[in-house]
Design a binder for this molecule. Sequence first.
Ligand code: GDP
Ligand code: MG
Length: 576
Amino acid sequence: FPPERIRNFSIIAHIDHGKSTLADRLLELTDTISSAMKNKQVLDKLKVERERGITVKAQTATMVQEYKGEKYLLNLVDTPGHVDFSYEVSRSLAACQGCLLLVDACRGIQAQTLANFHLAFAQDLVIIPVINKIDLPTAEPERVVKQIESLLEMDSSSILQISAKSGMNCEGIIPSIIENIPCPTGNSKAPLRALVVDSWFDTYVGVISLMSIVDGTVKKGSAIMSANTGKRYEITEVGLMRPHGTPTTALYAGQVGYVVCNMKDAHELMSGDTFFDPQEPVEALPGFQVPKPMVFAGLFPMDTDDFTRLQEAITKLTLNDSSVQVKKETSTALGQGWRIGFLGTLHMDVFRQRLEQEYGAEVIITQPNVLYKERKTELLEPMVLATIVSPSDCLGQLLELCNSRRGEQQDLSYIDDTRVLLRFRMPMAEVVTDFYDELKSRSAGYASFDYEEMGYEHSDLVKMDVLLNSKPVDALAVIMHRSKTRYAGRELAAKLKRVIQRQLFEVAIQTSVNNKVIARETVSALRKNVTAKCYGGDVTRKMKLLNKQKEGKKRMKSIGSVQLSQDAFYTLMSKD
Ligand code: GDP
Ligand code: MG
């Protein structure tokens, strides 16, 4: 296929607006998959994606379609819609010249529609607006057309109105892609420049990378070199994703396909890296900005014997998700583990779920936190600009929520007569807790949310200590805004009381800030006589019970003079 007959595009949308359904529909229309497989969401390959119904990893599929007597190679990149994964979206877009912007005809433009639109706009892509779900009785396509005109300033004549589910009007999509989206501009004869878009680990062949061939050609047997590491490899296989890997003789300029080479170590590959021919070195492509993790949590094996196995699983998983940051950490309470940086809390949950499902690893994840910075004696906290789109009848509730999370209103405008757009500057720490859940519950699920980083800001942050019989427990100390300490202090003390086993002596639980006690709870003493029931009974049984008690004590971690079991720590430190 010459570049003139190649189209690289992606579908961007707010979550649930129908990307995966439309992707499957296009695969079916081009006979890439048989219609028996339709509506099975062929592109959502990961188990966690199928279970949660969301797309986490961008997936690629190549289709062939005849149009006006010519065959075209159409390369579709499915993208995730959730705020935590906008990094995946920009990566996918880097391999495209255009995209379909999908909007639900009932819900209209949502927070991530705007975010994704801006990502595509910033990369100079041709954007084709598509209104989906027009088959639904509650569809209001005319209203959505007006929103697209006013909010995105797009020409309404180019808008397609479809139902990805029923197939209505879908036959117009491919002609629109071929006619409106420009072809890639590469030259197959020029020196090789290939951009690594994604990579993953396959148990049989090792590291597989998805590459966008900007210029030149790659084929089996030829040599390539990484601009990032300077290492040289032999290519063992190339092919297209249709939607499963299908070997081809070569990949040419303008194509996006997979490349397998003799790479042993997953660490040698980085998304955004450029590969070239060792005989003809070229300058590296711009690549991508590596996203900064915003949310940090401790991760520990449930069973300490699993440490090495878990380490391997984490290494393989981070190859497929370079936005995760990993550092070893040892906690007095939980033993050896890692401190992991995530883009957001959904990202964190998905990472944990993938460890469990794809690697059979059982792990404990501690409460997530943001990264504070210290400047002189002041603490700075990360801020975000939150964008919320919501029905206007729950405006009051949402304003109250944002204000209670230390938000500062930046913008309030009406999208149309029933919808409002809010912008708040607020601390990231307030967003990583249960902000999203609260937002959903206060809007009956209708409000949508997105955020972007806004730098660091000085704030009245304090460290809240936890003391057991007057001895501080470092593992339980937390940093928070002063205004939150009263409530959080009481809650933590009460939670501790519930999980601390009764000891042979009284335990005083205190939470304090700057040595000033906020809350106090007491666990009364207990004298447990395990042999009482064996009075006068047989001696071996008595010994057995005493030994058992001794073993149980060994398993306890001694913190100060108070015994806190590992289980108690798990309960206290893990996410509810
Ligand atoms: P994604 O999150 O953007 O990938 O959205 P999905 O493709 O997973 O679709 C979300 C939900 O909307 C699923 O339950 C789909 O069956 C449904 N859906 C998608 N397109 C249509 C459509 O055209 N009409 C109707 N009625 N439902 C649709
Ligand atoms: Mg999807």
